[in-house]
Design a protein around this ligand. Structure first.
Ligand code: GLC
Length: 532
């Protein structure tokens, strides 16, 4: 009963540009989110995380912050934000903001001051290095968005480091003044009442003090993102990062019930280090394994076991199925398996994170070259890495522009919107939206499915299965990741075993004896206990 909300809750990720436009500029806004809170309550989520809403030149759509303590006019005002937060809380939901500490926009006053001269008071707030002896860039580090991570500032004759775009200079987190300034940013929003932060590229904050070259990555294949030609041994995930994270956590802990989530793309064993010594790091280092692991039952089952084994005792796991940087789940695994994925996400142990629109089965939308917005795509075009396809407008109804805007939307709306939309799916008892609602509802009434114990059940072929148990309540989750029917032999099914939910939204209350027959692309939650 004393578990904090984020141990029980479901996080819903909104990309604010694409959720709901109310002022007719073709871009979503805070009032739009406020206007759709009924939907979020109906969906059964607990908390909303907003991608950045701060003033920004939008070179990376808000991940290039110009002012950390305000709202970009495209999204609204600080008053709109306060009103949204109050309304979110009134409905018993939580609001998590994106915190982007690794870099600012080059238009941020701190960077303007830093670049003004070598002796500027804020010079050391960013990462400046002299050219190498031969006049070229200081080391071989690559930008995650293509090309070198160093840009020469001709006026002062030094290079500055940017892990992403040239217009996103990295802050120097070894400088205590930078840390103090960023801590005040956290306090600004915590004092306003936000329930926590998702911290952007948390593992990047500290770089090697000696700026050693990164080694080559032998596993790199042509077609992979260009920066992966190197293993980022020296430019990220340095040991000193953990002290920085612990400091962030200390700020968060000064406020009750707030959550610290870290965006970290690292292998499982390095990822879990971000829970911190004595669990005084991030509450939840984001686990992207469901995005990164191929959709194959044996690989998925192995990955779940590895992750479960790696999460420290008393730490809380978490699972992310999609986000604004990666192809949508329905595109990766197909619309049928997207339902199985939904059941997996919402029955594994740990906090689930849903990405807006995935609950409708929204798919990646191909973007014609002349409409491409994402700078990453423009820099590495042809590799299919662009992120616009997973950021298209939310599909609300069958009216023009899917009810997202009355203007021309900033990215095209998917062609399937007349069928794949909230209104149509709400009325269809077999839709994926109805499945998501049934899953969130069951999870809410059955704590075994959220906070309960997890035990894998050994399976073969296309099947993944596990048990979730709390007190008298015991559930078997059996998932068919294949397109052929399979029988699941489960000898423990006692006299009470019955279907609690199928991804096909039928078979309700069907008795289960020794064998459970799963259809193609079907997942089933079986209640093994006596009801009542
Ligand atoms: C994170 C964000 C991504 C952004 C990058 C740079 O990975 O999720 O959208 O481009 O950081 O801030």
């Amino acid at each position: 009963m004393t578990a904090p909300w984020w141990r029980r809750g479901i996080l819903y990720h909104i990309y604010p540009r694409s959720f709901m436009d109310t002022n007719g500029d073709g871009i979503g806004d805070l009032r739009g989110i406020g206007a759709r809170l009924d939907y979020l309550c109906e969906l059964g989520i607990d908390a909303v995380w907003l991608s950045p809403i701060y003033p920004s030149p939008m070179a990376d759509f808000g991940y290039d912050v110009e002012d950390y303590t305000n709202v970009d006019p495209v999204f609204g005002t600080l008053e709109d934000f306060d009103a949204l937060l109050a309304e979110v809380h009134r409905r018993g939901l939580r609001l998590v903001l994106d915190f982007v500490p690794n870099h600012t926009s080059d238009r941020h006053p701190w960077f303007r001051e830093s670049r003004a001269s070598r002796t500027s008071r804020r010079r050391d707030w960013y990462i400046w290095r002299d050219p190498a002896a031969d006049g070229t860039r200081p080391n071989n580090w690559l930008s995650s968005f293509g090309g070198s991570a160093w840009s020469l500032d001709p006026q002062t004759g030094q290079y500055y480091y940017h892990a992403f775009l040239e217009s996103q200079p990295d802050l120097n987190w070894r400088n205590p003044e930078v840390r103090a300034a960023m801590h005040s940013v956290l306090r600004f929003w915590l004092d306003r009442g936000v329930d926590g932060f998702r911290v952007d590229v948390l593992w990047h904050l500290i770089k090697d003090a000696q700026f050693r070259d990164n080694p080559p990555n032998p596993a790199w294949r042509s077609g992979d993102p260009p920066h992966m030609q190197q293993v980022m041994v020296y430019s990220a995930d340095r040991p000193e990062i953990h002290e920085v994270v612990a400091e962030l956590r200390r700020i968060i802990d000064q406020y009750p019930e707030r959550v610290l989530i870290g965006e970290i793309y690292l292998p499982i064993e390095r990822l879990v280090a971000y829970y911190g010594a004595d669990l005084k790091g991030a509450h939840l280092p984001f686990n992207f394994q469901l995005i990164e692991t191929a959709w194959d039952a044996r690989g998925i089952a192995r990955m779940i076991d590895q992750y479960e084994a790696a999460v420290p005792a008393r730490a809380w796991p978490n699972w992310v199925l999609g986000n604004h940087d990666k192809p949508r789940i329905a595109t990766r695994v197909g619309v049928q398996q997207a339902r199985v994925a939904a059941m997996l996400l919402l029955t594994l142990r740990g906090m689930p994170t849903m990405y807006y629109g995935d609950e409708l089965g929204m798919r990646n939308v191909p973007i014609p070259p002349q409409l491409v917005q994402d700078r990453f795509e423009k820099r590495v075009s042809g590799l299919g890495l662009g992120r616009d396809p997973c950021r298209t407008p939310m599909q609300w109804d069958a009216t023009p522009n899917a009810g997202f805007t009355r203007a021309r939307p900033w990215l095209p709306v998917a062609e399937d919107f007349p069928v794949v939309n909230v209104q149509a799916e709400r009325e269809d008892p077999k839709s994926i939206l109805s499945l998501y609602r049934a899953l969130t509802k069951l999870r809410r009434v059955e704590p075994a499915l959220s906070t309960g114990r997890y035990e894998p059940v050994v399976m073969t072929g296309d099947l993944v299965a596990y048990l979730r148990t709390q007190g008298e309540k015991r559930f078997l989750v059996a998932l068919n990741l294949g397109a052929e029917p399979h029988a699941v032999a489960y000898s423990e099914a006692g006299p009470h075993a019955h279907v609690a939910l199928s991804t096909h939204l039928d078979r309700s209350a069907e008795r289960v004896t020794g064998t459970l027959n799963l259809r193609a692309d079907e997942g089933v939650i079986v209640a093994l206990h006596a009801d009542g």
